[in-house]
Design a protein around this ligand. Structure first.
Ligand SMILES: [Cu+2]
Length: 126
């Protein structure tokens, strides 16, 4: 019994050590964003007309690399919020921001500004 407990402890220590070693050094936070498979790149602009294009058809389980650029100051859409995720990133003017997102269920996923998505777009997940 004692040996069993010991080996269990050793095993979990090993797992912990391995998990820790598996963490990338503080080097590129970007490489982590690069998905191993091919992510589909979606370009979105924020213009006077809101998020463009919209709606966007995507597939459930398909990794997306959303590249979004705010091109106008005449909008309240100064960030990208994706409903039902914790994605909420600021959109500096004329700067492309990359967001990785994989829709995990079919349906409409609304994205928009932080104020209740008054300005918004839709991902049609199928
Ligand atoms: Cu708004």
């Amino acid at each position: 019994m004692r040996t069993l407990c010991l080996s269990l402890a050793a095993a979990s220590a090993l797992v912990a050590a391995y998990a820790h070693a598996g963490e990338p050094p503080k080097e590129p936070a970007k490489s982590e964003a690069k998905p191993k498979g091919k992510a589909r790149t979606i370009e979105i602009s924020v213009t006077d007309d809101g998020y463009q294009p919209t709606p966007i058809k995507v597939k459930k389980g398909e990794p997306l690399r959303i590249r979004i650029t705010r091109k106008t100051d005449k909008t309240c859409a100064n960030e990208l919020v994706i409903k039902e995720t914790n994605i909420n990133v600021p959109l500096p003017l004329n700067q492309t921001v990359e967001v990785s997102y994989t829709p995990d269920k079919a349906g409409d996923v609304k994205f928009g500004c932080a104020m209740g998505m008054m300005v918004s777009g839709v991902l049609l997940v199928e």
